[in-house]
Ligand binder design. Sequence first.
Ligand code: FPP
Length: 244
Amino acid sequence: MLWRKKEKSIVAKRLPDHIGIIMDGNGRWAKKRGLPRSAGHKAGASNFRKITKYCSKIGIKYLTVYAFSTENWSRPEEEINYLMRLFEQYLKEALSDFEQENIKVLFLGDKTVFSDNLQKLIDEVEKSSQKNTGMVLNIAMNYGGRQEITEAIKKIAVELESNKLKIKNINEKLVSEYLYTAGQPDPDLIIRPSGELRLSNFLLWQGAYSELVFFNVLWPDFSERDLNRALNQYVSRNRRFGGI
Ligand code: FPP
């Protein structure tokens, strides 16, 4: 943990509570090696497991990873089917990791579209890890920031219609409570590997004041050292939240 030694005093004060990661570049990683895209996703899943453990080890309180967006359904059926199988396989395998690492897992997104089997696994993981008191791992699957905000508006409208809520009581704090991340702090840092410079519908509301770090490394190659580099960038920034 090079950065910890070098930056101990700053890091002790400024380690982000919540990190978001857009796990991008699996396809390009595979293409570069002449492999099918599925091989990239497999390598991406394995890296996800490694980076999750690392974040838990260094004391990150919340980690949100973007695993499948509401837009990813437009990919070829074969790739979608592979990804769904990978999620199932990963969740089965990772149950022991969550237990060992004391990680509490939540899924962000609309789960109702997944197969019965995958929905059952998601429930099982959420339930069995609910009591865990360590890092909270949010896995965004069939997630989109706009969809999340739209769903929140619908829920608020229902409460208004049934007079459970008054317009004058709607404020930013209340809106946050209708999002999938209700009760959690906003991400301090959002990391996107792969060289793309955009948020792609990830945590649109929650990321309003997140520090963004972009890396020219494809997700399966994104290492613990790269994460340390991102943390070092984060600790050196001056967060003003609109102030001076
Ligand atoms: C983006 O890379 C990645 C995805 C759409 C899938 C992310 C999934 C994983 C990392 C698998 C692990 C996740 C879990 C929860 C097991 P891309 O395919 O868009 O890459 P490209 O831009 O290079 O084509």
